[in-house]
Design a binder for this molecule. Sequence first.
Ligand SMILES: *Cc1c(COP(=O)(O)O)cnc(C)c1O
Length: 431
Amino acid sequence: MEWKNKYPILKDIIDLKPVVWMNPNLQNKGSSSIFSLTRDDMDKAELLWKRFAPFIVKEFPETKQSKGILESPLQRISHMEREISNSFKGEFYLKCDNDLPIAGSIKARGGIYEVLQHAESLAFEAGLLTGGENYEILSSKKFKEFFSQYSIGVGSTGNLGLSIGIISAKLGFNVFVYMSADAKQWKKNLLRQKGATVHEFTGDFSEAISAGRQKTITDPKAYFVDDEDSKHLFLGYSVAALRLEKQLEERNIKVNEKHPLFVYLPCGVGGAPGGITFGLKQVFGDHVHCFFVEPTHSPSVLIGLLTRKMSNVSVQDFGIDNRTEADGLAVGRPSSFATVISDRLVSGIYTIEDNELYKLVALLADSEGIFLEPSATAGLVGPQRIHDYANEKKLDVQNVQNAIHISWATGGALVPEEDMKDFYEKGKSLL
Ligand SMILES: *Cc1c(COP(=O)(O)O)cnc(C)c1O
């Protein structure tokens, strides 16, 4: 096939071998930006989160301590550092989005943000908000009745549905979640219990999205959260960078030419890792190097970027089955909005096998006492994989000695104990 000649790595990708790909289209900071988004948009998004903080505290008492700001800890994982590598250089941290309040996954950033901004704009249009109010009033009966005239729809493999479902139902919206076949039963149960209507599909993520999109757009009072093409999701995710900047400062960790920051982000449709990468690039410029991680069976963003066909190709076009146990990463076609931006900003992508994810669940649990869902562990081998690759290719992935490595843990807190035990035991048996 012609593609394989043009892109030799494609053979290994199609053969489902784990690969490391470095992005030849990475642009450095000096070059002119082509993006429709700016740092200003990120700052505005952060302000929206702040406006909603009083509402969040009121509705979700577990956020009292953080005053209604949804954020996760940054945690040093030095025991894990020794587990995964003996050639390790630098310092290793986990960004614990598995512990994000409300949704227990990275989707608390994008999904909740998009619903809040939609709610705010509806309330403004109706004159219920005029600016300057304390958003605690959104908890009142008046607002809930107002929002109950409107619907929200979303297509999801599970976690996005959870975040959208939970926040939409709290605001008073009617919410419809279109779940792909791989979505876990406990997620559907939890959503129904929170008041969402769940539609189950026999197809994959893209099919669930198409069906949800079609059903939603026929209703003029309905709004569709489109994971394949959403600026708002992307912006919600990007705010993570501003928060991380503060957390690094608090620890006195400097990011500069001599101390580069390497970030490893599990990737599904590419929105969450793309948004965070966009944000980090705004904050740290060329001193941050972001890598996405995809399952060997679902390398959708990798194929989109490699072939430069972006969201016009799916893994199925290349005979890859998109079957993985990694929740949230079972995505065959990448986001159109995020992928053109990631094309310029992501340093590279590596792929990982499902069995490795289970092993990492067990290793992290034993070494650090932290329990993640399998997909959320994908970034833990980042330092090793990129280091080996750089050595092999004699690349200078500069100053790796002084680097700060962050593995982005994307989910876990809501996983039922029984399921988590199964993940752990499966990992143990594979080690
Ligand atoms: C959604 C998700 C991701 C990736 O986000 P995308 O926007 O789909 O790329 C990673 N990990 C988990 C646990 C997720 O739910």
